[in-house]
Every structure is written in C-alpha cells, then in structure tokens.
Design a protein around this ligand. Structure first.
Ligand code: CTP
Length: 428
C-alpha cells in the first residue's frame, strides 16, 4: 500500500507493448505491477501476443481499453495520441521478430506506429531461444536499437520453454518494471562510465547477482628508472566497461586497474585496486582470484620488464649514442590462473592482435587458447588506429575448442555486454 501512494504522486503514462512469445503471460505481471504503483497503463499487444494472453485480462488489469488495430478510434488518431502521451514505453516480451521490426521501423500495427510516434524512452525485455538471441541478425538489430537509445533489460540465463536453459529468458516482471522506472528517474544516466558514444548500456538484468567478478584493466608500466617506463597504449576503457556491466548485472566486482585514469574508475562503485607494473598486477590478481568466480583479463600485461631498474635517472651523457635495455620475461598471469583454476571458476583471456585478416587472426587466437586454455578467449583487433584509446572495439570470441562463439563490434560497453552474456550462460 505504501508503494502505491508513494508512487502515485508521480503518475506516468506507460505504454506496455506485448509481442507474441510464450513469455507474454508474464507481461501480465508487468502491467499489474505498474498499475499497482499508480501508473496509467495502456497495453498494446500484437495479434500474436493475443494468442498467448486474453484481451479481457489485459483490459481488466490495465483498467484501460486495449486494441491492436490502427483502425480503431481513427478520429482520435490513436497511434499518434498514445505515442505522444507516453512517458515511457516498455516492450515485454520483445521477440526476435519484434526487435527486427523495431530496428527496421516497421509500422504495420498499432505497436509499430506507436513506437514511431513516441519520443519517450523505450525499454525492451527480450525473450527468445539462445540461438535466436545469438543469431547475427538479432545481434545486429540489438546493436541498432541500442545505438538509437533503446534500453535493454535482460534477457537472463535460465530455464526456457521445453527442457533447455540458457540466455534468452525474459527478466522477471519486477526487474523489468524497476529497470524501466529507473530510466525515468535518471533520464540523463550516463552510459557505462561515460565511455560510450551515446549507445544505451544494458539495464541491470541481475544475471550475475552474487557472482564475484575480478577484472583487470589498463596497461602495465615496467620501470626503467624513477622517471621512465616501458609501457603500452591500453587505456583501460574496455576493462572499465566490463567492470561497469558486471556491477550492473549484480556482481561484486574487483577491478585491478593498471595505470587507468582515475576519472574512468571514480564513479564505478566497484572495488578498485590500482597497480603499476606487471609484477604488482600479478600479486593483486593472485590475491583477488582466490575468491573470484569469474576472472576477465583485459589488461595488457607487459610480457617483459627491464632486467635492471635504475635507482637514479639514466643520464644520456653516461650512455652515449646508443642505449640497450635488457628485458626479462614477466610471469604470465593468465597462464597461472588457468593452471590453478578452481572448479567452476570461469576465466576469460584476451588476445590483442594486429593481424587484419579475420581467418589469420582467428588462427592466432586458436593457438593462444590452446596454449593458455581459458574458458573464453576474446580476440581483439588492434592497430595504430583501432582498439586502443578508442570508444569502439571489434572482437571474435573463441571457445576452448577454438570455435567462434560470438563475433561483434561496437562500443566497449556493448562488447563487454556481449562477452558477459556468454559468461552468464557458462555459469548457468
Ligand atoms: N597476459 C598475462 N600475463 C602476461 C601477458 C599477458 O596475464 N604476462 C594475459 C593478458 O591479460 C591477456 C592474455 O594474457 O588476457 C593475452 O596476452 P598477449 O600478450 O596478447 O598474448 P601472449 O600469449 O603473450 O602471446 P603473444 O605475445 O604472442 O601475442
């Protein structure tokens, strides 16, 4: 009761679009929850949705007339009126077909026209089988919609229709409602750590709730003397995006940050362990990995460090025209983690490769995961003008057997979300 009266002070007009999947029966819970919280709810089901849930149920629960057709209330220009009046549009469930229609801007029914007529935030809760969710066509549609500002809640890993389980289950009605209303409370919510280029990040799906995730980010600096180091161009943005997305999914996150700009980690709300060199990173990771359920090794760890670290600044007068630095191998932290992996622990490695040819790059990745058998290896195309210090990334994800299980490009937040979907599936 308290929830009703408190929320009723901020009554919003919410359009709930229901599309034709078995999870439509759970959308009834979304409608009911929104009405209970005092909102003015208008349900727009597709014809397919009405095969799963009855129109009278939706009218009774929403306390408003329900129609699927643009030919009803023509004088009122219903599709435009609804879209204009809406403070928020929630699509639950969103089938693969619904996402494709939204991405294409199709307006063949009342839901399609309403979506084109609205300027309100749109939150979608996808529900489909894992193969459909992972299909490149669906991935492309999701990326298009995210880039347009559509927010996603879920899908989560769980039981699906039939005997199978995996990524694709619709989030629980309460999680959908809370995530959707949170968008209204924070219309200017920055995307993951302010790193992306306007694309909407995942909303908390809760699929890593209670999971302890260790992420390494940045690039190590191997000291030469008190003022110089041997380093690399990694900014830490990809690792920060992993930490942000894992935290948004409910994980307890430790971020071992190698020389990452403090501004990037300041508002993450995760435990940050700053480190400098590869040896420091190795120590921090060894300590934190003991408790971690998942380790994501995005950090660019130097393979070598100067054999000798000079206590005083090297003077060129003492060196002459040539200076030779002798380097020694650093411990391979990922290889150590894999060798000491606890049962059930998921380890994700990264392979930064400059090879432009996809097949050749994947072959390099296959050799790497054979050498260091992580649970997933994210092959990352880097170069003078790609990968580093940028907001976008392009990846192929390999399984221990060398199969490409995911391929995507987009903002670093989107890349992190794609990989963490696979991690959540693996944990399940
Ligand atoms: N890594 C690590 N410790 C190192 C070097 C790398 O833990 N000393 C980790 C990185 O964090 C990354 C993965 O290993 O997750 C891949 O590192 P990379 O240097 O790209 O691959 P290598 O196996 O060292 O192969 P190569 O140098 O031939 O590219």
């Amino acid at each position: 009761m308290t929830g009703v009266s408190a929320a009723a002070e901020h009554t919003r007009t919410v359009v709930v679009g229901i599309t034709g999947g078995i999870a439509a029966y759970k959308a009834v819970g979304v409608v009911r929850d929104l009405v209970t919280r005092g909102h003015d709810v208008h349900v727009v089901p597709t014809e397919g949705a009405l095969r799963f849930v009855g129109l009278p149920t939706l009218e009774a629960l929403s306390r408003n007339p329900v129609t699927t057709s643009v030919w009803d209330d023509v004088a009122e220009v219903r599709h435009v009126a609804l879209g204009r009046r809406a403070d928020l549009v929630v699509i639950a469930p969103a089938t693969a077909d619904a996402l494709a229609r939204m991405a294409a801007g199709l307006a063949g029914d009342l839901l399609g026209t309403t979506l084109l007529a609205t300027e309100a935030p749109v939150v979608v809760a996808p529900a489909m089988h894992p193969q459909m969710w992972e299909h490149p066509a669906t991935r492309a549609n999701v990326e298009t919609l995210r880039a347009r500002g559509v927010r996603f809640v879920g899908p989560v890993v769980g039981a699906l229709t039939g005997d199978d389980a995996g990524i694709g289950r619709m989030s629980e009605p309460r999680d959908i409602v809370e995530a959707a209303l949170a968008v209204l409370d924070q219309p200017d919510r920055p995307d993951d750590a302010g790193l992306t280029t306007g694309a909407a990040p995942s909303l908390p799906s809760g699929d890593l709730r209670g999971v302890r995730v260790l992420v390494t980010a940045g690039g190590t600096r191997e000291p030469v003397d008190p003022v110089r180091f041997v380093g690399n161009r990694s900014s830490g943005r990809q690792g920060v995006a992993f930490a942000a997305d894992a935290a948004a999914r409910g994980a307890a996150v430790t971020l071992v940050a190698a020389n990452v700009d403090a501004g990037l980690t300041a508002d993450l709300g995760v435990e940050v362990v700053p480190v400098g060199s590869a040896l420091e990173l190795a120590d921090a990771v060894r300590a934190a990995a003991e408790d971690a359920d998942v380790v994501v090794m995005t950090a660019a760890v130097a393979d070598y460090r100067p054999t000798e670290v000079h206590a005083e600044k090297l003077k060129k007068d003492a060196q002459g025209d040539h200076l030779t630095l002798e380097l020694v191998r650093n411990p391979d932290v990922l290889a150590e983690l894999v060798a000491n992996r606890r049962s059930g622990q998921i380890i994700v490695g990264f392979a930064a490769e400059t090879e432009p040819d996809r097949a050749a790059r994947i072959a390099l990745g296959r050799a790497k995961i054979a050498r260091k058998p992580a649970d997933l290896l994210v092959v990352n195309h880097v170069g003078w003008s790609s990968g580093f210090e940028r907001e976008e990334n392009a990846i192929e994800v390999l399984s221990p057997g060398g199969e490409v299980v995911r391929e995507t490009s987009g903002t670093k937040a989107e890349v992190a979300a794609a990989v963490l979907d696979l991690v959540a599936t693996a944990l399940a």
